[in-house]
Ligand binder design. Sequence first.
Ligand SMILES: Cc1cc2nc3c(=O)[nH]c(=O)nc-3n(C[C@H](O)[C@H](O)[C@H](O)COP(=O)(O)O)c2cc1C
Length: 227
Amino acid sequence: MKKICFINGSPKTGESCSLYMIDFITKRLEDHFKNYLIVNALSFLKHSNKESVFAEILSCDAIVVVFPLYVDSMPSHLLEMLENLDIYYRNHRINPFNPPCLYGLANCGFIEGHQNVNALKILRNYSSSAGFKWCGGLGLGGGEMIRSTKDQIPLQSKIALPIYQALCTLIESIKNLNAIEADTATLFANYNFPKWLFMFMANRFWITSAKSNGIAKKMMYVKPHIH
Ligand SMILES: Cc1cc2nc3c(=O)[nH]c(=O)nc-3n(C[C@H](O)[C@H](O)[C@H](O)COP(=O)(O)O)c2cc1C
């Protein structure tokens, strides 16, 4: 039976879009991968026996790196973990003729899934330099919205359909250990939702959130270091 590993790059301890995506995918892969492992990249850095975790990750047929977009790239703790995985893999050539398939699933705050393009290119370059089999990536936009409306807007609903369809394509590729069938093996998707309404709601969210932390809207525009 095939083995799969998810590396969760979100540093959030509670709910996150990354964890929601991992949950969605694992439920649909149960019949194909009886054995799956979820490694949280941030908790991993404090793990006392990192080598045993690396050995387990590298014994998998597929590795799916699921992460939030941070400044057009990956969060630093995820980069650190991937760098160390690369070093371990170079020193312990496990299965060199049949390397694990590597997939990426990025989500970002802006509504356009395409914002994840550079982060997925970084992961693709990492994959080829480390010697994994790059099988492509999916970039999702509006990650905060996907997570916070998961009970009101299920992934199969009309608004979320582009995301649902892209996830199904990724899942099919993982099932067959194939590269994603798309241009440069990369897909992008976001909600069928007007951008102006998304911006309006996002701006309101920040203002309400600041207010509940005792910060008035006007204070958010203060530039104390500019004279
Ligand atoms: C430090 C930091 C940097 C971020 N950089 C970007 C960015 O460059 N572009 C973007 O669209 N979203 C950016 N975001 C938003 C996150 O990608 C977004 O909130 C994402 O949905 C979080 O995913 P998670 O719930 O899986 O952690 C950033 C968030 C943080 C905290």
